[in-house]
Design a protein around this ligand. Structure first.
Ligand SMILES: [Zn+2]
Length: 428
């Protein structure tokens, strides 16, 4: 192959996907199982079909495009699986998710251009509902697959309009009678390598195009439901108010103070106010705390402290408060063996200067959750991060240079070739 061929393929795939779900402000609204998400999934089906890949939707709505070795019969096993997600956060950027999917397709093309005949299966995967922007649980597709999200818990999830995740999936043609941990699918996978845009600026500081993921901070979402009493903003005396906005405000301030004190991060980024009128004291405020830290003790201290502050202020205001945990994830360490293999393949490439000038691809921890993190409990997983000069993520400002994207594809192709280019271990 030549790099320019893959560059052309990258440009083409990118320009096809770019308009889907983009708002006039330039951000993305590809919420899981909405029309925009379904169009993006259709795009993937077409791109896979154009490559002659055999696409299957698994029991949990995730898409798998298989490239099987010539003469392979029976179920895939020891597969090299790579990919990411196509859904987005509200007004998200273009790269978070799609870069991993497009890079995976380009890596397949790259191997084929070079005449590589895989001895083990390859799959390009699109995990459903990674961001959790619509139903509140991040990585729903991979959590269902791994059993971390049970079908009963899945059936309880609703979006703000009251549509259940189950209903949304059924509308999209997924038979939800068979949701849940899928051991038959998991047995096919030898390793899952997710390429993702970096969601910070560590690689900029290191002057490196690419990093290898070491792990993911423990993190989670907690729903704070404040119940007060709606009333007139002009005629209700201050002493007679039960205003849920005040304990919410106390919680938001506490989140900043405690995160700073404990060395983690904490954010209230989503709030629902009822009735949401300028001249009305709210009846209820529902807000979601996102808390993360380098270890579990930090996250626990933040959440406990924010809850205590919110409760104290709620009592003072005559407001009821309920705090519920949603999609909580413990610390993740990626497979040492898989990461070591990535280093073994990619560090020599670094030696020639195309990835990293000092001869070793840098290791990178992250505060962001990923399907590779969820699946690390049931599969060997690894991650590659591509430099993001803006350091900004979950925003239209998220960006990667084309040259770095092509380095990422080259690296992913090298790792893929390493995995599938050796004789498979015979089943005993
Ligand atoms: Zn992502």
């Amino acid at each position: 192959m030549s790099a320019s061929d893959i560059g052309g393929t990258f440009d083409r795939l990118w320009s096809e996907l770019l308009p889907i779900g983009r708002t006039s402000a330039g951000g993305y609204r590809r919420f899981a199982w909405t029309d925009a998400d379904l169009y993006a999934r259709q795009w993937f089906l077409a791109a896979a079909a154009a490559r002659g890949l055999d696409v299957r939707t698994d029991r949990n709505g995730n898409l798998w495009a298989w490239w099987l070795p010539v003469g392979w019969s029976g179920e895939p096993r020891e597969a090299f699986v790579t990919g990411s997600h196509l859904d987005s956060v509200p007004d998200g950027g273009a790269f978070d998710g799609p870069l991993g999917v497009i890079s995976a397709l380009c890596a397949v093309d790259s191997l084929r251009d070079r005449g590589v005949q895989p001895l083990r299966p390859v799959a390009v995967v699109v995990f459903a509902d990674e961001e959790g922007a619509r139903f509140g649980v991040a990585c729903a597709g991979s959590r269902l697959l791994s059993g971390a999200l049970t079908p009963d818990a899945e059936r309880a999830l609703r979006d703000v309009d009251g549509v259940s995740l189950d209903e949304a999936m059924r509308r999209a043609g997924v038979d939800t009678a068979h949701l849940g941990r899928d051991d038959a699918m998991l047995r096919r996978v030898g390793v899952f390598v997710e390429l993702h845009i970096e969601q910070g600026q560590a690689l900029v500081d290191l002057d490196a195009s690419l990093g290898i993921g070491t792990g993911i901070w423990p993190h989670g979402r907690w729903r704070f439901s404040f119940e007060g009493e709606a009333n007139h903003a002009g005629t209700t005396r201050i002493t007679e108010r039960r205003d849920p906005m005040l304990p919410f405000a106390a919680a938001a301030i506490a989140a900043r103070i405690l995160a700073t004190k404990e060395g983690g991060v904490a954010t209230f980024g989503r709030v629902h106010v009822e009735p949401n009128g300028t001249n009305a004291i709210p009846s209820s405020v529902t807000a979601w705390l996102d808390a993360r830290g380098p270890d579990q003790a930090v996250v626990d201290a933040i959440v406990t402290g924010v809850s205590a502050n919110a409760h104290a202020r709620a009592v003072a205001e005559g407001v009821q408060l309920a705090v519920a945990a949603e999609s909580v994830s413990g610390a993740v360490e990626f497979s040492n063996a898989a990461s070591a293999r990535l280093h073994r393949v990619l560090d020599p490439v670094a030696g020639v200067g195309s990835v990293h000038p000092v001869g070793r691809v840098p290791d990178l921890g992250t505060g962001a959750g990923h399907d590779a993190g969820v699946l690390s409990s049931v599969l060997p997983t690894a991650m590659l991060f591509v430099r993001n000069p803006s350091g900004v993520s979950h925003s239209p400002a998220e960006f990667a240079d084309r040259a770095d994207c092509l380095v990422g594809i080259e690296a992913l192709a090298a790792v893929m070739a390493d995995w599938v280019g050796t004789a498979p271990v015979e089943a005993s």
